[in-house]
Design a protein around this ligand. Structure first.
Ligand SMILES: [Mn+2]
Length: 361
C-alpha cells in the first residue's frame, strides 16, 4: 500500500504540500482540480500543472478524488451522452498524465450527509457527527444552509454553492429514479468508460454512499456487500473497482467491514480508513483513528487489507479538529497526520508479524 493524504490544492486547502511531505511515511497525495464543475472536460495543462506542483514538493499524485459525475449521467437523461464523452476525455488526459486511480461516487443530489460539523467530544476536539432525528427534522432544501454555516470559510466537496442553488430542481429531476434505475444508469456509464480505462490502465474506485442508507427519500445503492458485489459483477472488469471507505460502509452496523474487504479482493483500488464512535444506532460521531477511541477494530481492517494483498493508495480519512487548528471540517493537518502514523504503525506490525510467521488466526 501507499500512504497518502487528501489535498485540495493551493488556494483551497489550509494544509501545504510541505507539511504533508513531513508526515513520516506519506509519499503521495490524492488531489483534484477543485475549481472544475461536474461534467466539465479537464484541461491537460491543468492536470500536468497539478502533477508538477506535487512532484516538485517531493510527493506523488497517487490518484484523483474525485472526478465528479454530472447529474444527467445519474438520472439518465438524453444529454448524458455528452457528459459521458466529456468524462472519457478527462480520463484520457489523466491516463496520458500517468494517473491511474480515479475515485468517484454515484450519490444523487447530496454527497455525504452530516447533521453537525463541529460536535464537541469529551477531550475538547470537534468532529463531524450524524443524528438521524436531526436529519429527519431538516427540509432538504435547507440542508445546504445548515451545512455551510459551519465550514470555517471553506467550500466542502459535494456542497458547492453553485450546485446547491438548484437543490429543489435536482430533487424534482430525481423523482423517477429508484434503486434499479440508478443501478442501470451506473452500468451504462461504466460500460461506456471501460474501454478508455483498459487502454490507460485506470482503476475506477466508486466511493460508498454516506451514510449507507437512503436520506431524504433519495435512492442509494453503494451501501452494503450485496449491492457492491452486484456492481462488480454487472461490469466484470478489474478496472471497475471500489474505494473501501470504512467510515461510510461502517455507518451501518450490519456491515461486517473485514468480511466486505475480503470479498472484494482484487477490486479495492483505494482505501479510506477511519473510525466512528456510535452513541446509538442512529447517532454517531467521527472518532480518532485509534481503535479504542471509537467502535471499529482498526487492526482487523488493516489485517484484512493486508491479507487480500491490497497495494493501492490508502489515506486516513476525516480527522478531528484538534490543537486549535482552523481548517475544512474533517480535513485539518494534525489529526490526519496522527491517523496516517497510526495506520502505518499497524501495517508495519502486521507485515513483520507475517514475515516472522506469527499471524496465526
Ligand atoms: Mn471516504
Amino acid at each position: 500500500m501507499q500512504m497518502t493524504l487528501r489535498w485540495y490544492g493551493t488556494g483551497y486547502d489550509t494544509v501545504t504540500l510541505r507539511q504533508i511531505r513531513q508526515i513520516p511515511g506519506v509519499t503521495g497525495v490524492i488531489s483534484t482540480l477543485y475549481g472544475t464543475q461536474p461534467g466539465e472536460v479537464w484541461k491537460s495543462e491543468d492536470i500536468l500543472a497539478l502533477k508538477k506542483e506535487i512532484e516538485d514538493a517531493g510527493l506523488q499524485l497517487a490518484g484523483i478524488e474525485s472526478v465528479n459525475i454530472h447529474d444527467a449521467i445519474k438520472i439518465g437523461t438524453p444529454d448524458r451522452e455528452q457528459y459521458i464523452d466529456n468524462y472519457i476525455t478527462t480520463l484520457e488526459r489523466l491516463g496520458q498524465a500517468d494517473v491511474h486511480m480515479v475515485c468517484y461516487n454515484f450519490m444523487p443530489v447530496f454527497d455525504w450527509t452530516r447533521s453537525e460539523l463541529a460536535r464537541k467530544r469529551p477531550d475538547g476536539s470537534t468532529v463531524l457527527a450524524y443524528n438521524q432525528a436531526a436529519i429527519d427534522a431538516i427540509v432538504p432544501e435547507k440542508m445546504f444552509e445548515t451545512i455551510s454555516g459551519e465550514m470555517n470559510g471553506t467550500v466542502m466537496p459535494g456542497w458547492e454553492p453553485e450546485r446547491m442553488a438548484h437543490v429543489k430542481e435536482l430533487f424534482e429531476a430525481y423523482k423517477d429514479v429508484d434503486d434499479e434505475k440508478l443501478f442501470a444508469n451506473l452500468k451504462y456509464f461504466l460500460e461506456r468508460i471501460m474501454p478508455v480505462c483498459d487502454k490507460y490502465d485506470i482503476n475506477m474506485a466508486i466511493h460508498p454512499d454516506d451514510p449507507a442508507w437512503s436520506v431524504f427519500g433519495l435512492p442509494r445503492i453503494i451501501i452494503n456487500k450485496k449491492n457492491i458485489l452486484r456492481m462488480m459483477q454487472m461490469v466484470d472488469n478489474p478496472h471497475n473497482g471500489v474505494t473501501f471507505c470504512s467510515g461510510s460502509y461502517g455507518t451501518n452496523l450490519e456491515n461486517d467491514l473485514p468480511d466486505m474487504i475480503r470479498s472484494l479482493k482484487g477490486r479495492i483500488h483505494f482505501a479510506h480508513v477511519r473510525n466512528l464512535k456510535f452513541n446509538s444506532q442512529e447517532d454517531f460521531e467521527e472518532a480518532a483513528h485509534l481503535s479504542s477511541d471509537g467502535s471499529f477494530d482498526m487492526y482487523e481492517l488493516m489485517l484484512a487489507l493486508y491479507d487480500i494483498g491490497f497495494d493501492g493508495p490508502i489515506r486516513p480519512d476525516h480527522g478531528r479538529m484538534i490543537w486549535d487548528e482552523v481548517a475544512m471540517p474533517g480535513y485539518g493537518l494534525y489529526d490526519r497526520a496522527l491517523g496516517a502514523t497510526y495506520l502505518n504503525g499497524l501495517w508495519e506490525a502486521i507485515e513483520k508479524s507475517h514475515e516472522r510467521g506469527i499471524t496465526k488466526r
